[in-house]
Design a protein around this ligand. Structure first.
Ligand code: ZN
Length: 229
């Protein structure tokens, strides 16, 4: 947009924090530094067999997994995620992805990872929403790490919204959702599966199983922005 129009709009409607409503400083986008600092970090990357890894242990081989922030309803993170997904602010995903990745970068979490593989959305749903927020999170992680994003995982059928389902129903609902295209690109590589939130882990599990079925020698890790208790 023309810079002059942009500046004019910023005077009329100064950008505010999506979480607390405070006016943002010029260097801040979508959330103020205070709200971002207050987001509860899990510290899972520092723990051997952390609670997110426990959700996948014994189900398929993986190197490591973390969700960077604790996710609860009615939290600042929940407001940011809802705005990212449902209120047409996909760039919140870039911001959260970069924030989480920059905090993880020096810990060695990304060592050995060659590609970032965002969990896809069925194309009809993506047409309806206009974007896949997980692509934006992956782009944010890529910007902070210089690791390229690979879009080879595709959603081959749609699945129903999972909010009211039991863990067992979620497993059936998410099995066979994805297919990996051109698996030779990922075979033998370190691959980081990325999603927005890990609740039961059934979507990530389905994505991991489809990836490993097609590229069995890739070394999978998983990362989400939020993880439930
Ligand atoms: Zn704030």
């Amino acid at each position: 947009m023309n810079k002059w129009i942009n500046d004019f709009l910023n005077v009329l409607f100064p950008p505010v924090c999506h979480a607390c409503g405070a006016k943002l400083a010029p260097h801040e986008r979508f959330a103020c530094s205070h709200c971002l600092n207050q987001l509860p970090r899990t510290g899972y990357h520092r723990r051997e067999m952390n609670p997110m890894e426990e959700r996948f242990a014994g189900q398929f081989p993986f190197v490591r997994a973390t969700g960077h922030f604790f996710y609860t309803r009615e939290s600042a993170l929940s407001t940011l995620i809802q705005d990212m997904k449902y209120r047409r602010f996909p760039d919140i995903g870039n911001m959260l992805g970069s924030l989480a990745a920059s905090e993880l970068f020096t810990t060695g979490f990304f060592n050995g990872i060659d590609f970032i593989l965002p969990v896809p959305m069925h194309y009809l749903k993506q047409i309806n929403r206009g974007y896949n927020q997980t692509h934006h999170i992956a782009a944010g992680i890529s910007a902070a790490t210089d690791i390229p994003v690979c879009f080879n995982l595709k959603a081959v059928r749609s699945h129903k919204t999972q909010t009211a389902m039991t863990a067992e129903q979620r497993l059936t609902n998410t099995s066979g959702l994805f297919a990996l295209q051109n698996p030779e690109v990922l075979n033998g590589k370190g691959v980081l599966l990325v999603d927005d939130i890990c609740t039961t882990g059934s979507t990530l599990r389905s994505a991991a199983e489809s990836t490993l079925a097609a590229a069995p020698s890739c070394r999978l890790s998983m990362m989400t922005i939020g993880v439930t208790f």
